[in-house]
Ligand binder design. Structure first.
Ligand code: E4P
Length: 217
């Protein structure tokens, strides 16, 4: 499973990229707000850090205006994936922009039927928001499983990009189901390394090592 980083924080992306953890990046208007940066400037900087797809989201709501904004965003760098909301107009814009050979990430997906429409409109990526479904007592991981089944049934090539990942368990859950990609906030990626038994085991080894009186270097 590929890891995209769900942030517009350039320093965090750079640190994770040095560890080989960044296969791409996703941003959205809320993450741009959080960064405090200009969308074009920050997106250009992110695109220079990774060769992977970097999602930049349109804010127009009518198809023709979405297409125009999408083309503008795609001009920032060759690895831009234009992010479009899963509305009827978003699907129309998806069809146009993918027809021009551009990468499109259809976002704000909350149902299997929406994902089916996005695949038929030629989306490169579909972003089901699992955390927001779990927030209202629905089954985010179940949605990923349903989309996996539907896409595999018919050979759709749209990649499942599990989004709105809030916990370390979400990451393992979507990996087991077979999501193509998970977009994960940097702090959750760091948490994936933690295990209390690792910490306890290391403490014991270091204590015993000190008793040997030896040095490796
Ligand atoms: C990714 O594409 C989404 O913008 C993001 O994962 C949304 O996450 P949130 O529900 O935690 O805001």
């Amino acid at each position: 499973m590929k890891f995209f980083v769900d942030t517009a924080d350039v320093a965090a992306i750079r640190e994770l990229a040095e560890l080989g953890m960044v296969d791409g990046v996703t941003t959205n208007p809320s993450l741009i707000l959080k960064s405090g940066r200009d969308i074009v400037e920050v997106t250009r900087e992110i695109c220079a850090i990774t060769d992977g797809p970097v999602s930049a989201e349109v804010v127009a709501t009518e198809a023709a205006a979405m297409v125009a904004e999408g083309r503008r965003l795609a001009g920032i760098a060759p690895n831009i994936a234009i992010k479009l909301p899963l509305t009827w107009d978003g699907l129309k814009a998806c069809k146009v922009l993918t027809g021009e050979g551009r990468m499109v990430n259809v976002t704000l997906c909350f149902s299997a039927n929406q994902a089916l429409l996005a695949a038929k409109a030629g989306a490169t990526f579909i972003s089901p928001f699992i955390g927001r479904l779990d927030d209202i007592n629905l089954d985010g991981a179940g949605l990923i499983a349903d989309i996996r089944t539907i896409y595999d049934n018919y050979g759709f090539r749209t990649q499942i990009l599990a989004a709105s990942i809030r916990t370390v368990n979400h990451v393992a859950d979507v990996a087991k189901i077979g999501a193509d990609i998970a977009t994960v906030p940097p702090e959750i990626i760091r948490k994936l390394a933690h295990h209390p038994l690792t910490d306890a085991g290391l403490a014991t080894f270091l204590k015993d090592w000190a008793k040997t009186g030896q040095k490796i270097l």
